[in-house]
Design a protein around this ligand. Structure first.
Ligand code: NAP
Length: 248
């Protein structure tokens, strides 16, 4: 019998990542979930029954090393670069150096280090994989007081756009997908005053994400998940391809 497919979900303990893990299990793809809080009892209880948990803090190199030493590289078919942090609306001046480190390490450099290790191993094994990046509409929209967050989400998207061909060349049969969602009802807004009325439900978004991923034939696809702001009822539509940056 062929072994079960697996997905690796960076930041699979909450919000969209948790929904992606649930939807993965629904589709008979066993999720491997990472995050700082994987062993918290309420988080453990919320994960799919067959989820594999790996504690990993993306801002801490030692924690990344430890997590990577237990990861079963060869069994992963889908690599979700999903973890992210949002500092709330603050001017650039108001962000501390620690805030800047936290945003860039969680949203960009930490996941890059994980992917680098993963990719090296897969190259040795000659095993293709599907890389999925959860970027944001913040990558191309101009938003007030979100400078470093927006820049980190664009950096993530541009990295994957550039890496996709390299990946497919080195490991034929590989794919990359970049998603740019609008507002979702998740814990990213927990300690902020953000009004999330009319924001999208993470489970609905996760279903759309998995449908796109499993139907993709081309090497690289960009998918915008556009919230219907007029209806403001959580509904959304999908749009494809590059978007002009700098739209207000
Ligand atoms: N919510 C939105 O409106 C929205 C819109 C567009 C794009 N996005 C993007 O969607 C992705 C998921 O965000 P979300 O809204 O679902 O947020 P969320 O509910 O706050 O979940 C964030 C996830 O990232 C993990 N994470 C945060 N800091 C981490 C760290 N230092 N090390 C390891 N993992 C860490 C968290 O795990 P632990 O807490 O267990 O570490 C959690 O699983 C992010 O990339 C975000 O930029 C969100």
């Amino acid at each position: 019998m062929p072994s079960m497919k697996r997905s690796l979900i960076l930041g699979g303990t909450k919000g969209l990542g948790l929904a992606l893990a649930k939807e993965s299990a629904e589709r008979d793809i066993q999720p491997i979930v990472t995050g700082r809080s994987v062993e918290e009892p309420n988080i453990k209880a919320s994960l799919p029954e067959n989820a594999i948990r790996i504690a990993m803090d993306l801002t801490d190199d030692e924690s990344i090393d430890k997590a990577m030493s237990v990861l079963e590289y060869d069994a992963i078919d889908y690599f979700f670069w999903n973890a992210g942090t949002w500092p709330g609306r603050k001017s650039f001046r108001e962000l501390s150096p620690a805030d800047i480190d936290n945003i860039t390490a969680t949203n960009f450099t930490g996941p890059l280090k994980v992917l680098h290790r993963f990719h090296e191993k897969r190259e040795l094994q000659k095993k293709p994989y599907h890389l999925i990046a959860i970027s944001s509409a913040s990558a191309w929209l101009i938003r007030k007081n979100e400078t470093v967050y927006c820049a980190s989400k664009d950096a993530q998207a541009v990295f994957v756009l550039n890496f996709a061909d390299e990946l497919a060349l080195e490991l034929p049969g590989s794919h990359a997908t970049i998603f740019y969602p609008g507002g979702m009802k998740t814990e990213i807004f927990k300690d902020t005053k953000q009004d999330t009325t009319g924001y999208m439900e993470p489970l609905e978004v996760a279903k759309a994400v998995w449908n796109e991923v499993l139907n993709q034939k081309e090497v690289c696809r960009e998918v915008h998940i556009i919230r219907n702001k007029e209806k403001n009822d959580g509904s959304f539509t999908l749009e494809y391809g590059p978007k002009l940056r700098g739209i207000k």
